[in-house]
Design a protein around this ligand. Structure first.
Ligand SMILES: NC(=O)c1ccc[n+]([C@@H]2O[C@H](COP(=O)([O-])OP(=O)(O)OC[C@H]3O[C@@H](n4cnc5c(N)ncnc54)[C@H](O)[C@@H]3O)[C@@H](O)[C@H]2O)c1
Length: 396
């Protein structure tokens, strides 16, 4: 494949949409990917108008069906290389399936879809067609998440005993949906959001952070899904006590009613030799607590392998991943860019007919998305039985 930029088509993103914008900036970050097309809104007329007013020229389509159909029969080097799905959760499954069947790779927002039946289909199709499929768990894209994964998975903290993985927000502490606020309205509607509101929206990020960094799975859980705002149909507070695959325990928790909390995602991992602590609102540093020693703070771009804690052989690809020197802060957009960059590498291999990994090490894949949906469904079941311990289904 030549070094032409990869061409990306957007599904969703018109009229005051939120997450499309960090994504589209991140797509353009390296000059090796660009947005060239979009089906931006459910109403075809508005979709075309929105595309005509996009900040740079793109080809507008009245619907994602049209966009995918127009690309399906094109030769591989002319069709869209991947689509980015940034619609509400109930419009993930259909465009993802159709794109894969048209030979277009998929980068999809989380949660993957609405239920386990849809998730099963997506996993089976991606495997059968051997097509790259990424899921936008943003926080894995911080370099410190990569370093944390290395530290924990290589045993530097010993055996993991306890994890507290959380995502706290306060924006739904009042009945914002009653004002018609775009992002709130569909997030509290089970038909459009899925079986859990807070859990699906941000609890899945907390779960993914735990799984990504530790490599452990939740095997059983006891869930409390609570709704503090009167008249709301879905949970706005989500507290899950978990048994992990190594015998350790974890709390995966999320809330949308914690006034003052913005995007307070964090993780604390206590092992038999030490503890790791990271918060995404200050994403450039991770703290390691060791017995009888001063706390160690590692900054992105400023770690020195062989320092008495980190071994000399920290993987070269991890050390090479930062893009700018330490102290010039990276944040949310850089995390998205790192995910798209790594996804791009797999899409290019796939287009060249080479083996590609898509194994969850660099970005969440369709199986990770499946696990998020399985977690939500198991939490809903447990909570309906007053928090009864409930087994997670086996991996897809
Ligand atoms: N990874 C993250 O950090 C993160 C953050 C926010 C949202 N999200 C996820 O991103 C998705 C979108 O969330 P948002 O907050 O941007 O929502 P939003 O409501 O701001 O935007 C959704 C967009 O999809 C469009 N849309 C709806 N149906 C469509 C259809 N049939 N065809 C074309 N466009 C259609 C809407 O018109 C709107 O432009 C959700 O799945 C959400 O969970 C992820």
């Amino acid at each position: 494949m030549s070094n032409r930029p990869l061409n990306v088509g957007l599904v969703g993103g018109g009229k005051g949409a939120f997450i499309v914008h960090p994504h589209q900036r991140a797509i353009h970050f390296d000059g090796t990917r660009r947005v060239v097309a979009g089906a931006l809104f459910p109403d075809p007329k508005i979709a075309l108008e929105e595309a005509a007013h996009w900040p740079y020229p793109i080809k507008g389509y009245g619907s994602y069906d049209e966009m995918i159909a127009a690309n399906a029969s094109l030769p591989a080097d002319q069709k869209l290389d991947y689509i980015l799905i940034v619609t509400p959760n109930f419009v993930h499954y259909d465009p993802a399936m159709k794109a894969m069947k048209a030979g277009i790779a998929v980068f999809c927002e989380k949660p993957l879809c609405l239920n386990l039946k849809e998730a099963d289909d997506l996993v089976k199709t991606a495997r059968k067609l051997n097509i790259p499929f990424g899921v936008a768990h943003t926080y894995l894209g911080h370099w410190i998440s990569r370093l944390s994964r290395y530290i924990v998975r290589s045993g530097l903290l010993g055996e993991v005993r306890w994890v507290d993985s959380y995502y706290l927000q306060g924006w739904l502490a009042t009945k914002l949906e009653a004002t018609g606020q775009t992002q709130a309205v569909w997030r509290v509607d089970p038909k459009r959001a899925g079986g859990s509101g807070c859990g699906g929206d941000i609890g899945t990020h907390a779960l993914m952070q735990l799984r990504y960094v530790t490599g452990l799975e939740v095997v059983q859980l006891s869930a409390q899904l609570e709704t503090f705002v009167e008249g709301r149909m879905l949970d706005d507070h989500f507290t899950i006590y978990c048994k992990l695959s190594n015998g350790g325990k974890a709390l995966v928790r999320a809330s949308q009613i914690c006034i003052g909390h913005k995007n307070d995602l964090g993780i604390e991992i206590a092992g038999t030799k030490g503890t790791l602590r990271w918060v995404q609102e200050e994403p450039e540093a991770v703290t390691i607590l060791l017995p009888g020693q001063p706390d160690r703070v590692y900054w992105r771009g400023a770690v020195s392998p062989g320092d008495g804690f980190l071994p000399k052989d920290v993987p070269a690809d991890l050390m090479a991943e930062p893009t700018i020197p330490a102290g010039h802060p990276e944040a949310f957009h850089d995390a998205f860019a790192r995910l798209h960059r790594c996804f791009e590498a797999d899409v290019r291999k796939w287009k060249e007919g080479k083996a590609f990994k898509c194994d969850g090490a660099k970005y969440a894949n369709v199986e990770d998305g499946w696990m998020g949906i399985a977690f939500i469904e198991t939490c809903v079941k447990s909570s309906q039985k007053q928090g009864a311990w409930t087994a997670m289904p086996k991996a897809a």
